[in-house]
Design a protein around this ligand. Structure first.
Ligand SMILES: [Mg+2]
Length: 280
């Protein structure tokens, strides 16, 4: 399918990659610490005019908050280079409801902002029907919110989840995330949500739209096989696993999920990519 590189068992032609979607945790940063080669990697992308989008499944932060986080880690990027599942949800809503509509949301201000920018009005309770219930991460989730959303889904509202992650790692341990809320609402309403974030395709679709690249020209770089790599493959992208987070060459073999390329860290990816570009 692709041209072979000198690295026999893998087959990614990096020269053909014009845009790349970047996972954050375990790929660019660990906590708030930059991973090895981060700054050189961004320099390389800019020098070679390779488009990039930093994409996060987290819907509770704004793109500006991610921009600040990366800037603090020594990697300043433009706001336009960040995509959250909340923003991708907004893009999806805009496409599905071109003439506007009404929504009930469970989520933080970052999600409310994206829904409003998509042209939908947000209702505060279940007193009148809405077109869509949108659920994202919400650390102020309450019984009342679950009740409103359930009643609205029973009345026929469409159901959208920003991301499928059931838990989120913190210092205290794994705490409930959007997927837990979606499971509760699905149990109560019998309605299955459309999910926007990884490993579903919509976040990738929005990223490609922003970069102006085709599937063949776009790669996904991430540290998790089940979300980043499987999601990238499902969306028709080339996939690169970086072994600075959750998964590596061994777990890829164990899980039988095969990225187009596996690199030790961002330094190795930059080197390989530079070598590919230097080929005549
Ligand atoms: Mg990650």
């Amino acid at each position: 399918m692709n041209n072979s590189t000198q690295n026999g068992n893998r087959s990614l032609n990096l020269k053909a990659v014009k845009g790349i979607v970047l996972d954050i945790d375990g790929t660019l940063l660990r906590g708030s610490e930059p991973l090895p080669g981060l700054i050189g990697f961004f320099d390389f992308l800019r020098q070679n005019k390779i488009a990039f989008i930093v994409g996060s499944n987290n819907s509770t932060r704004t793109t500006a908050q991610y921009q600040q986080k990366l800037a603090k880690s020594g990697a300043p990027i433009d706001l336009d280079n960040v995509l959250t599942s909340a923003v991708a949800t907004g893009a999806y809503l805009k496409r599905e409801f071109p003439d506007g509509g009404n929504a009930y949301i469970i989520g933080k201000p970052s999600l409310a902002q994206a829904v409003r920018e998509a042209g939908l009005e947000i209702f505060e309770d279940a007193s009148q029907p809405v077109d869509v219930v949108v659920a994202g991460g919400d650390d102020e989730l309450s019984y009342t919110k679950l009740k409103h959303a359930t009643l609205l889904l029973q009345k026929g509202a469409r159901f959208i989840g920003t991301n499928p992650d059931v838990v989120y790692p913190t210092e205290e341990g794994l705490i409930p995330e959007t997927g837990t809320t979606l499971a509760a609402l699905q149990a109560a309403s019998g309605v299955e949500p459309v999910i926007i974030g990884k490993p579903q395709r919509y976040l990738f679709d929005t990223a490609m739209q922003k970069m102006g690249t085709t599937h063949e020209e776009t790669a996904m770089l991430g540290d998790r096989l089940e979300t980043d790599i499987l999601g990238g493959q499902r969306a028709g992208l080339r996939t690169i696993l970086v072994a600075t987070g959750v998964d590596n060459e061994r777990t890829a073999a164990d899980k039988n999920i095969h990225p187009d390329l596996i690199v030790r860290d961002l330094c190795e990816l930059t080197q390989r990519w530079q070598t590919a570009l230097d080929q005549p």
